[in-house]
Design a protein around this ligand. Structure first.
Ligand SMILES: Nc1ncnc2c1ncn2[C@@H]1O[C@H](COP(=O)(O)OP(=O)(O)OP(=O)(O)O)[C@@H](O)[C@H]1O
Length: 250
């Protein structure tokens, strides 16, 4: 195996009854890549992400992380191996503060239950503060999540996903529901923050302006198949992508 390949999916098949959600999927993700998964509704993007995170098992095929077979592992085991996920609707504790949410996330990652010991707690707070700084969230540190605007919550959700120091981060439409004029500034914050750890990122995205600007590779899905896998300029110009994803070819 090339040591640069962080995630390798081979011959993945997944059906739900008559629906083909994944068919002959072969994907190698290199360490440090920022890969956008695109496709119309029902194309199979989330199914792929769910299989990588262990929430769904492929019918056949294999998924490796850093050369280790994770195909049949439980989600929690995959998280411990370094796969983190942030959801379209942030999974936060509304009544806790931003810092408290970060500390809970930290406690949930790995075998860090000793975090409640005062000595460990200091380390956790330092790490949380560093991440809050990086995501431009430091000013919100003591605010309750319930009081925060949607964009700030999304940033917090991603910062929380990083507390376990993952190798691979999966993002589900990081700017969905965010006002158009806030999308680029928000993606700038996210990508700059992730760039500081050379994070490998897979992000599901419907906004092609975001894809063009922030992905260095695009994997396009249609009916469970990959119809393009290339740099954005090439993938977005492919006939099948224009026909089935962006709707610019009839
Ligand atoms: N748990 C499930 N049970 C039955 N069918 C499912 C299940 N999950 C996904 N599907 C079906 O599999 C196909 C692929 O769905 P998937 O959610 O992966 O698409 P998607 O590309 O993520 O779409 P969207 O952009 O709408 O999230 C769809 O036809 C969907 O209805």
């Amino acid at each position: 195996m090339s040591e640069n390949i962080l995630l390798r999916a081979r011959a993945i098949e997944k059906r739900f009854g008559a629906v083909v959600a994944a068919s002959s999927l072969n994907i190698d993700i290199l360490a440090g890549q920022r890969v956008s998964l695109i496709g119309s509704n029902g194309a199979g993007k989330t199914t792929f992400v769910n299989m990588v995170t262990g929430y769904l098992k492929p019918d056949t095929g294999s998924i490796e992380l850093g050369g280790r077979d994770i195909t049949r592992l439980a989600p929690r085991a995959i998280t411990h191996l370094g796969v983190a996920r942030s959801f379209q609707i942030p999974q936060l504790f509304a009544e806790l503060t931003v810092l408290e949410n970060m500390l809970v996330a930290n406690a949930c990652h790995g075998q860090r239950l000793s975090f409640w010991q005062p000595a460990r707690r200091g380390d956790a707070v330092d790490r949380a503060d560093a991440l809050l700084q990086r995501f431009q969230l430091a000013e919100h540190r003591e605010r309750r999540v319930a009081e925060l605007p949607g964009g700030v919550r999304k940033l917090l959700d991603i910062a929380m996903a990083l507390t376990g120091q993952p190798r691979l981060l999966l993002l589900d439409e990081p700017t969905s529901g965010v006002a158009a004029e806030e999308k680029f500034p928000m993606m700038d914050i996210i990508m700059t923050a992730l760039g500081q750890e050379a994070m490998t990122v897979l992000f599901v995205e419907h906004d092609m302006d975001i894809v063009e600007r922030y992905a260095d590779r695009v994997v396009a899905f249609y009916a469970g198949r990959i119809i393009a896998d290339d740099v954005p300029a090439v993938a977005l110009a492919a006939d099948d992508v224009r026909r089935y994803v962006t709707g610019t070819l009839h």
